[in-house]
Design a protein around this ligand. Sequence first.
Ligand code: MN3
Length: 205
Amino acid sequence: MHKLPDLTYGYGDLEPYIDEKTMELHHSKHHKAYVDKLNAAIEKHPELEEKNLEELLLSLDSVPEDVRMTIRNNGGGHLNHSFFWTVMKKNGGSKPAGTLAEAINSSFGTFEAFKEKFSNEAAGFFGSGWIWLALDKEKKALITGTKDHVNPLVNGQTPILTLDVWEHAYYLKYQNRRPEYIDNWWNVVDWSAVQNYFDGAKMKI
Ligand code: MN3
């Protein structure tokens, strides 16, 4: 059984940048629904219980067709949200240091240039999806966007930071002002968590 992970901070701890009500709905309703639907799909095919979430999403071709889209969408939703919660914290923000800062500078020039490019990709992304800072196989940092709940792992990239740009992530507080949500979100990024992912830490799920 897949489980909704606890947050390591309170729903109100990301205020005023991400409001308490949005966090509560996003975690306890949206994310929980993905977990519940994923579990319901797996119950129909108990042999799928042996695979962890990443394995399932990386081998969708071998998942029975009647639950393939359900597992793709809800398994992806579970994986991406579980990751998203871990790259934010109360009193986050500031900027990366050390090897992570070097990788960002190497790919984008400066941290400010990286932030601007990431923000522009996030603001301009059409529809529902995610914007990622990810590493390619040579550990070079890149920015990529994925539709729906696709995770860059399926493209051979390792995610180290993400931003949810589905409307449910910001609409209550920001309505159609997605760029304002993005600008404020930088204040809750947990760069030490991003550094850990850069160093090869695996998310526990
Ligand atoms: Mn979401």
